[in-house]
Design a protein around this ligand. Structure first.
Ligand code: GDP
Length: 194
């Protein structure tokens, strides 16, 4: 897809701040530092619209990026920082629950996973959480440029197995460095927003 317009509309902490223009939404989930912001920026051809390397302890927000006046990428704060307090973890849980439970415009989730490693316990929990809400999930296996071509298939299979990925959910090898997988990611995501 040719992205002509991309803007951050709001960094929301609660439901009343969500945009109300009823455009379809695709949520982006993944552990902190996995490459979620880089994925969004690569998909929309912006160097740094989505903030990369968000620091722990910073206010956790749902960031709504409006793309071509057509749909939103909703960046969900990352999980899995070891040093996050119980209180912060609970606040994170309440915020994402509030969003996923109630959001009618939400059409699918992109779950960003590091292709080099087995999914973490938190990754598996997040996948199960998304499936609990019966959302289609597209797994973005990112940092593809960091493994050799010969190892791709083995790593993808390991992710599919560990997540127990449903056969209707896609998995797309992706690199924010080389843009490999970008066209396939658009092809897979577009049907959800049309
Ligand atoms: P976020 O916390 O999930 O938003 O992660 P970021 O997008 O900030 O990425 C974390 C780090 O991984 C940054 O240093 C990125 O440059 C790097 N990174 C993200 N995606 C890729 C990728 O596809 N390939 C490589 N080599 N590095 C990546």
């Amino acid at each position: 897809m040719k992205v002509i317009n991309a803007e951050i509309v709001i960094s929301a902490v609660s439901q009343k701040q969500y945009p109300n223009d009823r455009l379809p939404e695709i949520a982006l989930a993944g552990r902190s530092n996995v490459g979620k912001s880089s994925f969004i920026n690569k998909m929309i051809n912006r160097k740094s619209l989505a903030r990369t390397s968000s620091k722990p302890g910073k206010t956790q927000t749902l960031n709504f990026y409006k793309i071509n006046e057509m749909f939103y990428f909703v960046d969900v704060p990352g999980y899995g920082y070891a040093k996050v307090s119980k209180k912060e973890r609970e606040a994170w849980g309440r915020m994402i629950e509030e969003y996923f439970v109630s959001r009618e415009n939400l059409r699918a989730a992109a779950l960003v996973i590091d292709i080099r490693h087995d999914p973490t316990v938190d990754d598996v929990k997040m996948y199960q959480f998304l499936k609990f809400y019966e959302l289609p999930v597209v797994v973005i296996a990112t940092k593809l440029d960091k493994i050799s071509k010969g190892k791709r298939s083995k790593h993808l299979q390991a992710i599919i197995k560990k997540l127990n990925l449903n056969s209707e959910d896609a998995i797309i090898p992706f690199s924010s460095e080389t843009a490999e997988g970008k066209d396939e990611a658009w092809r897979t995501l577009l049907p959800f927003i049309k």
